[in-house]
Design a protein around this ligand. Structure first.
Ligand code: SAH
Length: 277
């Protein structure tokens, strides 16, 4: 198990009055960083401590450097975008944003671990060229939607869909403080309250679709909204989950492969997600 600083802290900025403690059944999402390659699975404490003690301006850059060393960030393109979007803006005060761990954002949701963000950005980077359309289902903190927006630029579209209205409000504030603020203002980045299982037809078809919560099976509306030549990255499963890479071929058929075993919160209904919060 990797470092779990998140488990000790309560993100008061995001929590509703009724969710001051996360229910037991969601704790494992916080305690278990999703496994990647074996070299990434466990981060020596002294290596991470070195990142906590640096000056605040450099810490996000140092986190990206760390992710490079451990193989999660492999390209300059992904390094640049993760350096430009400061993770601290998307994590509640009092937590440690620069550790490689998922962290609670309230409402039984988490911001994914940095190495999962990096993994998804690496898998999707060729489908996040300037001018392309990207959909982020279960946008949560808004971190990845902001990264997508920076990559597709002002001529592209980055759409975040999240079914908890309070998280959409919080993520909008997060993005407004980030380097992606202008893109939000100009409308190439947008965040919406909706059921992500239905996608967002308004900006379809998408070159890239990311799903930030685990679906029991790949939702057909998302496949329908993927452009031929486009790619979707989606965790599929319940307790045991695979990060699946879905490529849509030119004839409309899809090719699916498993990239890694992962652990995400479920892609579900709002009431099921909040039932024991
Ligand atoms: N990529 C996000 C992950 C957030 S956790 C981040 O790193 O911040 C997954 C998110 O999916 C949660 O915010 C949860 O509220 C949301 N979610 C779950 N089911 C959903 C659904 N049916 N429609 C939209 N969002 C959903």
């Amino acid at each position: 198990m990797c470092l779990s600083a998140a488990s000790a802290a309560s993100p008061s900025r995001f929590l509703s009055p009724s969710s001051s403690a996360l229910p037991r059944r969601f704790l494992h999402h916080l305690l278990a960083a999703p496994p990647l390659r074996s070299s990434l699975r466990c981060i020596p404490f002294h290596r991470m401590a070195q990142f906590w003690t640096q000056g605040s301006l450099d810490k996000n850059k140092a986190l990206v450097e760390y992710l490079k060393q451990y193989g999660a960030v492999r390209t300059d393109k992904v390094a640049e975008v993760m350096e430009s979007i400061d993770r601290a803006l998307f994590v509640a005060e009092g937590l440690t944003p620069y550790t490689d761990s998922p962290m609670p954002i309230g409402y039984n949701a988490t911001i994914s671990a940095p190495h999962m963000h990096a993994t998804c950005l690496e898998l999707l980077k060729d489908h996040l060229q300037p001018g392309m359309h990207a959909l982020d289902v279960g946008s949560g903190s808004g971190y990845l939607t902001a990264c997508f927006a920076m990559m597709v630029g002002p001529e592209g579209r980055a759409v975040g869909i999240e079914h908890i209205p309070e998280l959409v409000a919080a993520s909008t504030e997060n993005v407004q403080r980030s380097d992606a603020a202008q893109l939000l203002k100009d409308g190439s980045l947008s965040l919406h309250v909706a059921d992500g299982r239905l996608g967002w037809p308004d900006e379809a078809p998408y070159d890239a679709i990311h799903v930030g919560a685990a679906a029991p099976e790949i939702p057909q509306p998302l496949v329908d909204q993927l452009k031929p030549g486009g790619r979707m990255v989606i965790p599929v499963g319940s307790y045991f989950q695979d990060l699946q890479v879905v490529d849509k071929n030119d004839d409309g058929s899809v090719t699916v492969r498993n990239d890694a075993s992962v652990r995400y919160v479920p892609l579900t209904s709002r009431s099921a997600q909040l039932q024991d919060s």
